[in-house]
Design a protein around this ligand. Structure first.
Ligand code: NAI
Ligand code: MG
Length: 371
């Protein structure tokens, strides 16, 4: 088994967390007997933009199509390039043009991570948010009329297509079915948004008939946010439209500690490598380029490493994916004990330690290799 990966570090700490993540992936490949080919690209970064006046080369699409997946760091250098230029010119183009219609994020309480919700055992919070990633509230259809007058009016339409809703909801049901709890929660707001949201509910109810083994519940987005904070351990798979999913997919990981450890996948689950119009999926940490700590070597590499773990899972390398997740858990879980025994402090400062990107990355890599 050989997988070709487009490696795009981007900017800021994206460049710093990429090398430890690649070393962990290499270690997994060596241990489990598959081959990874890394194709490194320096574009989709503000450095490239400042040099060439554009975020991407003209042939970016054909270059990425030669790969099985895209492994992306973070983009953004807000002091020199406006965020809408850097983000819309790179990441958002990948998501849209490769029709990556599902965004998933695991929300899992890791050992050794202090969560705002104290008193819960590691692993007791363990769910996924599934966000519709291509349409819905983020349609860019609309406009402004009577500008500058007292009647100034702005309108932006929400677009739900049956295809668009069905495919993400079906993905969420499949994910729920594959997990022990087999439970799906749908985010709605049909009491206030009276046309599109009842339609969303209707499609969820319709597709639920195909999954009698999956328990289904729905909540309005406002109370669902409250439940995320107050009883996150009761969720399994949570699906939402583009806007609701956006909110939940930041709130979920936030409920389980630092955003420096959270990963994310932008998937096109239906495209096949053999298709003429192959559209690869993209794996990235949740965090951005963190200009405030860039260059200091203290960024938490776990978000990037965990994103790599999701990529291995996506390739079907289940054993390798499981081993990498276990290595992350063991290092984070054992870190405090290690310091107490007079050993090296491997945790990065965002987790209350004195470690570095390099040290934490090496610790995970060596646990993975030596198992
Ligand atoms: P950010 O995620 O870069 O940083 C937010 C805060 O979290 C900062 O205090 C940062 O130091 C901390 N943080 C983030 N990741 C960390 C890690 N791995 N280890 C330790 N601490 C970490 O978000 P912010 O500041 O809003 O955006 C900075 C730039 O990143 C902007 O240009 C923004 O557009 C871009 N951005 C890019 C994303 C992407 O490429 N997917 C996502 C979010 C933001
Ligand atoms: Mg967001």
């Amino acid at each position: 088994r050989t997988y070709t990966i487009a490696v795009i570090p981007g900017d800021g700490i994206g460049i710093e967390v990429m090398p430890p993540a690649l070393r962990c992936l290499e270690a997994a490949a060596t241990r489990f007997g598959f081959t990874l080919i890394f194709r490194h690209f320096e574009w989709a970064s503000c450095t490239y933009y400042l040099k060439y006046g554009k975020m991407l080369p003209d042939d970016w699409k054909s270059l990425l199509k030669t790969c099985d997946a895209i492994f992306f760091g973070a983009v953004g250098d807000p002091a020199r390039v406006p965020d809408h230029v850097s983000l819309w010119g790179s990441l958002l183009r990948f998501r849209r043009e490769f029709d990556q219609f599902v965004n998933i994020r695991p929300c899992r309480l890791m050992p050794g991570v202090s969560s705002p919700l104290t008193g819960r055992a590691p692993g007791s919070i363990d769910f996924f948010t599934v966000r519709e990633n291509t349409e819905g509230e983020y349609s860019s259809i609309g406009g402004k009329i009577f500008e500058g007058t007292g009647r100034e009016t702005v309108i932006q339409n929400t677009v739900f297509t049956r295809t668009g809703v069905d495919r993400v909801v079906r993905y969420a049901f499949e994910l729920a079915r594959s997990r022990p709890a087999k439970k799906l929660t749908s985010a709605t707001k049909s009491n206030g948004i009276s046309i599109t949201m009842p339609y969303w509910d209707e499609r969820v109810a319709e597709i639920a008939k195909e999954y009698p083994d999956v328990e289904v519940e729905k909540y309005h987005i406002d109370i669902l946010c409250a439940h995320f904070v107050q009883r996150p351990h009761t969720f399994d798979v949570v699906v939402g439209s583009n806007l609701f999913g956006d909110i939940l997919s930041d709130l979920g990981p936030a409920c389980t500690g630092t955003i420096g450890i959270a990963p994310s996948a932008n998937l096109n689950p239906t495209s096949k490598r053999t298709d003429e119009d192959w559209m690869p999926s993209l794996f990235e940490p949740v965090h951005g380029s963190a200009p405030d700590i860039a260059g200091k070597g203290i960024a938490n590499p776990v978000g990037m490493i965990w994103a790599g773990q999701m990529m291995l899972e996506h390739f079907g390398e289940k054993d390798a994916a499981k081993a990498l997740l276990t290595a992350i858990e063991n290092v984070l879980g054992g870190a405090k004990a290690k310091v107490q025994q007079g050993g090296e402090d491997v945790l990065t400062p965002d987790m209350g330690g004195k470690g570095s990107t390099e040290v934490l990355g090496r610790a995970i890599e060596s646990v993975l290799s030596s198992a």
